[in-house]
Ligand binder design. Structure first.
Ligand SMILES: C[S@@+](CC[C@H](N)C(=O)[O-])C[C@H]1O[C@@H](n2cnc3c(N)ncnc32)[C@H](O)[C@@H]1O
Length: 244
């Protein structure tokens, strides 16, 4: 896949047809001949650079059917759990597949990510989103996760939950996690993480922490540099706990 990006990081997938923008048209010939690194120009002089999408670009451009995990929250999960190359991850729900693809990219071909999604219509979209990548380290289950994880006991490094009632699967998550493995639960609301906390404690998890991923961008202007006034105030709370 090739994409074009303008200097404000607005991205578009290009196919083998002419490309229309608000500031003019890029010819079909230019699009067909475009190589990574080229700068394409519309007939009105607007410039776009041709790049190969990285995982964040791909997630930004893929189809989505629900709210997805954003880089600041995925970064927190990765940073505080220490998952990496070769890790084994299980997650639910899959949604559009943002967290799934991000994890698949992190763990690489020696790692694995299994994901459980209850809705068949969502699974169709997720399969489409997976098919645009080269990942061979994903297993997708069209299953209600409360029926139980299929993974073996003590085999998983991280269980990640992003669904309305995560409390219902925490006990089973404890079973499949390795000793030392982490569970992380994403919840938009305080009332949800209060329930999660109770169940985590009852299920035997230790070292329970709740974190938020607030990112404050600075606007750089001559003699007027300051935080951007339109920052996202809240995404969700992420509860972390460890099987110890
Ligand atoms: C907010 S979305 C997940 C977004 C996903 N983490 C991403 O980054 O794209 C929540 C998903 O959980 C799914 N879900 C809800 N209850 C479920 C259950 N019991 N078993 C499996 N999936 C479930 C929903 O259908 C929905 O797709």
């Amino acid at each position: 896949m090739k994409i074009i990006v303008d200097k404000k990081n607005r991205k578009y997938v290009i196919h083998n047809t002419e490309f229309h923008t608000e500031k003019g048209v890029i010819s079909q010939e230019d699009i067909i001949n475009a190589k990574v690194g080229d700068v394409l120009e519309t007939h009105m002089g607007k410039k776009y650079t041709v790049i190969e999408p990285n995982i964040n670009d791909y997630i930004d451009l893929m189809k989505r059917n629900c709210s997805i995990l954003l880089p600041q929250d995925l970064g927190l999960i990765t940073g505080f759990t220490g998952i990496g190359y070769g890790s084994k991850i299980v997650e639910s729900g899959t949604g559009a597949g943002s967290s799934l693809l991000f994890f698949a990219n992190i763990v690489g071909p020696d790692g694995h990510v299994s994901s459980y999604e209850i809705r068949e219509d969502f699974v169709k979209i997720i399969k489409e989103n997976i098919s645009g990548t080269d990942f061979k380290n994903i297993t997708l289950y069209n299953q209600d996760v409360t029926e139980g994880f299929k993974e073996e006991d003590n085999s998983i490094d991280l269980v990640f939950l992003d669904l309305p009632k995560p409390g219902e699967v925490i006990e089973d998550a404890y079973r499949i996690l390795k000793t030392g493995g982490f569970i992380t639960v994403y919840t938009p609301y305080v009332e949800q993480f209060q329930i999660v906390n109770k169940v985590l404690g009852k299920s035997g998890f230790k070292n329970i922490k709740i974190r938020e991923g607030n990112v404050r961008e600075l606007e750089i202007k001559k003699n007027k540099t300051r935080p951007n006034s339109r920052m996202a105030g809240h995404t969700g709370y992420i509860t972390f706990a460890r099987k110890l």
